[in-house]
Design a protein around this ligand. Structure first.
Ligand code: MN
Length: 229
């Protein structure tokens, strides 16, 4: 047995809906700009560019019902409502036609973002890690096994802040479908069981401040709520 110099880090994991078992998380990938309404409002052609990816650390996961601190180093902290894909079977260069065989289930997520740092990074041509990969930045609700999911590819997706909807769209507005995302992403990296993919957010992103409660809802999936301390 391996002898570590201090106790090994705890394995990050996500609850499975109505189960005592948990989904162990390896890596968290995220898709940028994946909703047509948002790209169109910015004057772009939704399918003109292939999807692009960034990541969050698995230890940034936050569960439903958590209270998290307002993050340091920002004055413009945003929510992003997203459908999350839980990968149950790994692979590389997965064909889109086979991609759903690799999906274990779906969850609702909130891709928390330090928007000011992201804008600075975009302007300077620098990486997004510190705007996307900070502590408590990966909010993910309980995972619903794929067999219990229906209509997820055309479901209402909303962010609700203190009871008022700020984002209200449908996953049918996604430019790149879940199979297409898996196919693209697995050309760059080998996916493995335990990976999560945040699939992008519709228009209407906006700020969260101390005391706010933010719920992400996707029809047919458990919702996820966080409160900002
Ligand atoms: Mn996002």
């Amino acid at each position: 047995m391996t002898q570590y110099i201090f106790p090994a880090p705890v394995q990050p994991s996500v609850a499975i809906h109505e189960s005592d078992q948990r989904f162990p998380v390896r890596r968290i990938f995220c898709v940028g700009k994946n909703y047509a309404d948002h790209v169109r409002e910015m004057g772009g052609d939704p399918k003109s560019d292939p999807p692009f990816f960034f990541s969050k650390a698995a230890d940034a996961l936050v569960a439903d019902g958590a209270t998290i601190p307002y993050p340091q180093m920002t004055t413009n902290f945003h929510h992003e409502a997203e459908l999350v894909v839980a990968i149950g079977k790994g692979g590389v260069e997965i064909a889109a036609a086979d991609a759903m065989d690799h999906v274990w289930g779906y969850a609702t997520g909130n891709d928390l973002t330090r928007r000011d740092l992201q804008s600075d990074a975009k302007n300077a041509g620098r990486p997004w890690d510190m705007s996307k990969g900070f502590d408590n930045a990966a909010v993910c609700g309980a995972i619903l096994p794929l067999a219990q999911c229906s209509g997820v590819d055309a479901a209402q997706i909303r962010a609700v802040v203190n009871g008022a909807a700020t984002q209200d769209s449908t996953t049918g507005e996604m430019i790149w479908s879940v199979p297409e995302i898996i196919a693209y992403l697995s050309r760059f990296v080998t996916l493995a069981a335990g990976d999560l993919i945040f699939t992008g957010t519709p228009d209407g992103v906006g700020p969260l401040v101390s005391g706010d409660s933010c719920t992400v809802e996707i029809n047919g999936l458990p919702s996820v709520t966080v409160t900002i301390a």
